[in-house]
Design a protein around this ligand. Structure first.
Ligand SMILES: *[C@@H]1O[C@H](CO)[C@@H](O)[C@H](O)[C@H]1NC(C)=O
Ligand SMILES: *[C@@H]1O[C@H](CO)[C@@H](O)[C@H](O)[C@H]1NC(C)=O
Ligand SMILES: *[C@@H]1O[C@H](CO)[C@@H](O)[C@H](O)[C@H]1NC(C)=O
Ligand SMILES: *[C@@H]1O[C@H](CO)[C@@H](O)[C@H](O)[C@H]1NC(C)=O
Ligand SMILES: *[C@@H]1O[C@H](CO)[C@@H](O)[C@H](O)[C@H]1NC(C)=O
Length: 745
């Protein structure tokens, strides 16, 4: 089960729908058959389809059934096919020559104003406006609301000449403009009925939000009913947007559609791909996002992905392939607080995005437990205000106190005629959510005060005020943001970086409401939403910004620039340290001038995969290159065998001494003649030696190699030890975190 990573609460409901939906399939299930690179002779689409038909016929036996089984033929950017098959047919196919992987299509789920200022990236930052307007960010998402103020095309020239995509002006989608230059939708596998609208229009708000974070125009006076009032703007406001709608309201995002979006985006000529969608992965080439991003990388396109909303559990991170930029979500300035006053005058504080101002001084207060509907047959707890458990005669006109339950207590209270909800919830106290009525999450200590007040007062009363911004200083990683270590490779530190993703104000679709609930009637131009989904387009925009200065840089070079210039974050504030924040918080303005880069190309990744145990004949097919054979491939020296901008070493056990050697090569992109010296920061239990410790460059693009040797005592009870090396000349500082860890489980 894979999901769009949005506001966690908002989508718990959708998830349920998806689960129910997924169970009514007939015996032949949708599979994706991945066959690597497009054949050398570049067959036409129709002959490609014929080849695919023959392939499926060979395992199904019947030509007509085979034809009906095929859902989609991919072939613009890579060779793949989606078809309905029985498990044994899929197995037979997976053993055929030329097939890299066969896997079931799953459904994935979805996982801004002040955020760019917080990143010291003001509106006045130096820009290559001409080149920035040539940048195209492709988003795989829920569609886009084209008339949002963020996408006004005033002052924009025609689309860049490299653009090969198009725009589907159908069903409730009013069409593209010079800002949104492409918009397509993909719903290849599902059949009606549909809650969503069959067009690139955004029925959910998610895609409009992520697009405006990445490349929305600057809009002053943007707010959600006055909350978070300020300027809403995208990271690269001159850049263009191409929307590939692969996620559907009530359905999630099918792998088959996701792969079709990638196939087109790469061929259409986008510069950066932004994917705020997640799911669980077993290996890179049975994962549509990793496959799509790999072929994008081969064409010079970097893919930025959300790390997932599975935090704070260890190893919850997704989208971790080394060619992907994996983004964690931070909370920055501001946060939202909701004041509560009890009838006895006591003032308390909760967290929510409450846009409602009270109409009365005070309201009667009751606990869910005291408002139970005794004849209710609903599954659930009245004390948790679960759906259908409350007695509307007891709740009407009152504020209801609830302990944490199955979610959506706000809807349940509203349905029973309540006018407010105070919900005990200790889990996400760093993230504010919207509710369909005045409401707030409160911590257990606050909940106890309220509960005690109710127990000891004859006519308890309370009022919930409209939320206010409060200012917090340092960025912190959102508790929901997925944590490392990477379950797929113990050698690569993930997440890569952190970007704002908690309570972000950005453009929204007018085809949905603030909460997405049918019980809500607030339709807005801007909404406040949280998730690693919101962090991902911040980094996609940063990548486009860097590319507008350095159009010739490889995806790995752009990625390296963003990683090595990130601001270090505090392990005191974020217990999981690098597994929460990677190399730290992005600094877009600095990423343009990294000084040195850790470059890599497709061969580097293949070498890494060979070293990691991937089958060489499989890699041959992926690259369409017969010359590649893992037994011949030069196994790159060093522990990880990849020129990655960070370093990670897993000790075999708590008793093992730390001993590892890494090899790295940096390319000079700063000043022609420059001398870099290394600084090491490490705890006393870990020795970090860098050889040589000085790198002298005579010219631009010159490469220099060095080794990093780690030696240290066993980790014992400690799960993780962090260190870093920093290369500095007079102008630049190139920082690489180093993580040594042992198994979490
Ligand atoms: C979509 O378009 C149809 C036909 O024009 C219209 O009836 C419908 O109300 C529209 N739906 C939304 C949600 O705007
Ligand atoms: C937002 O701030 C601006 C400037 O400070 C102010 O003029 C405007 O009234 C505010 N808007 C809201 C809705 O509070
Ligand atoms: C109590 O629950 C029953 C069964 O779900 C329902 O029919 C009834 O309307 C509820 N009563 C009140 C007062 O909410
Ligand atoms: C209030 O009373 C309820 C029901 O007797 C009890 O469960 C709860 O713990 C009490 N609250 C406090 C703070 O003592
Ligand atoms: C790689 O996979 C192919 C086809 O699945 C198989 O024939 C071959 O033996 C494998 N090679 C290795 C080294 O495992």
């Amino acid at each position: 089960m894979k999901m769009l990573e949005k506001s966690i609460l908002l989508f718990s409901l959708l998830l349920e729908i998806v689960l129910i939906h997924g169970s009514d399939h007939v015996e032949r299930m949708p599979y994706i058959i991945y066959m690597g690179d497009v054949p050398k002779m570049r067959p036409s689409m129709s002959s490609m389809m014929e080849i695919h038909h023959r392939l499926i016929s060979a395992v199904i036996g019947d030509e007509e059934v085979a034809r009906q089984s095929i859902i989609h033929s991919y072939g613009k950017s890579f060779n793949a096919l989606a078809a309905r098959m029985l498990p044994d047919e899929a197995k037979k196919l997976s053993e055929m020559e030329g097939v890299v992987s066969v896997f079931q299509s799953t459904r994935r789920t979805l996982h801004t104003t002040r955020s760019w200022n917080f990143l010291e990236f003001p509106t006045t930052v130096e820009r290559k406006v001409g080149r920035e307007s040539n940048m195209i960010i492709g988003l795989l998402d829920t569609g886009i609301w084209p008339t949002a103020p963020s996408f006004n095309d005033k002052g924009f020239g025609p689309p860049p000449s490299k653009w090969k995509g198009n725009c589907e002006k159908v069903g409730n989608f009013s069409g593209c403009n010079k800002k949104i230059i492409g918009a397509k939708y993909y719903r290849l596998e599902s059949s009606p009925p549909i809650i969503d609208i069959l067009s690139p229009v955004d029925r959910m708000g998610h895609g409009t939000h992520t697009s405006s974070i990445a490349a929305g125009n600057a809009i002053t006076g943007a707010s959600l009913y006055g909350i978070a009032n300020g300027t809403a703007r995208g990271g690269v406001p001159s850049a263009r947007i191409a929307m590939y709608k692969v996620c559907w309201f009530g359905e999630g995002c099918s792998d088959i559609d996701l792969l079709a979006g990638f196939d087109d985006a790469i061929a259409d000529g986008v510069d950066i791909v932004s994917v705020s969608i997640g799911g669980v992965t077993v290996d890179y080439f049975s994962d549509t996002i990793a496959i799509g991003a790999f072929h994008a990388m081969r064409k010079g396109i970097l893919t930025s992905c959300s790390a997932g909303n599975g935090g704070p559990q260890a190893e919850s991170i997704v989208n971790t392939a080394p060619w992907i930029l994996t983004v964690a979500a931070s909370g920055v300035d501001p946060q939202f607080r909701t004041k509560i006053r009890l009838g006895n005058g006591k003032k308390l504080s909760g967290i929510s995005i409450n846009t409602f101002s009270p109409k009365k001084q005070v309201y009667p207060l009751i606990s869910g437990a005291n408002a139970a509907n005794t004849s209710s047959t609903s599954y659930g707890e009245p004390s948790a205000c679960d759906t259908g458990t409350l007695d509307s005669n007891k709740v009407r006109g009152k504020v209801v106190y609830c302990i944490e339950g199955m979610g959506r207590q706000d809807e349940s209270v509203k349905a029973s005629g309540g006018v407010g909800a105070l919900i005990r919830n200790d889990q996400f106290m760093d993230t504010a959510f919207s509710f369909v009525l005045p409401a707030a999450y409160i911590t257990t200590p606050v909940a106890d005060i309220i509960s005690n007040y109710i127990n000891t007062t004859k006519h308890p009363q309370a009022v919930i005020y409209k939320s206010r911004d409060v200012h917090v200083t340092a960025p912190f990683v959102g508790s929901f943001s997925s944590r490392g270590p990477d379950p797929l490779s113990m050698k690569i530190l993930k997440p890569d970086v952190t970007a704002p993703g908690v309570d972000i104000l950005a453009g929204y679709s007018r085809l949905t409401t603030v909460t997405g609930s049918f019980m809500d009637d607030r339709v807005v131009n801007f909404n406040i939403v949280s998730g690693t989904s919101m962090a991902c387009p911040h980094v996609a925009a940063t990548a486009a910004y860097v590319k507008s200065f350095h159009p010739d840089w490889s995806p790995a070079a752009i990625k390296s620039a963003i990683i090595t210039t990130a601001k270090s974050m505090s392990s005191k504030k974020n217990m999981d340290a690098e597994f929460a924040y990677g190399s730290g918080h992005i600094q877009p303005a600095r990423a343009v001038h990294p000084g040195l880069i850790y470059d890599a190309n497709e061969i580097s990744y293949i070498q890494f995969l060979c070293k990691d145990g991937y089958n060489g004949s499989m890699l041959q097919i992926i690259l369409g290159n017969n010359a590649i054979d893992c037994s011949d491939v030069r196994v790159p020296p060093g522990y990880d065998g990849l020129n990655y901008p960070t370093m990670q070493y897993k000790v075999p056990s708590a008793r093992h001494k730390v001993s590892a050697a890494f090899r790295r090569t940096v390319t000079n992109v700063g000043h022609k003649k420059s001398i870099y010296k290394v600084t090491v920061r490490a705890p006393k239990e870990l020795s970090v030696m860098v050889k040589p410790d000085t790198l002298k460059f005579k010219r631009l693009h010159q490469k220099k190699s060095f080794r990093v040797l780690l030696k240290g005592s066993p980790l014992g009870k400690k799960m993780l030890r962090s260190a870093e090396i920093v290369w500095t000349d007079s102008k630049h500082s190139v920082r690489s975190p180093i993580v040594v860890y042992q198994s979490f489980f």
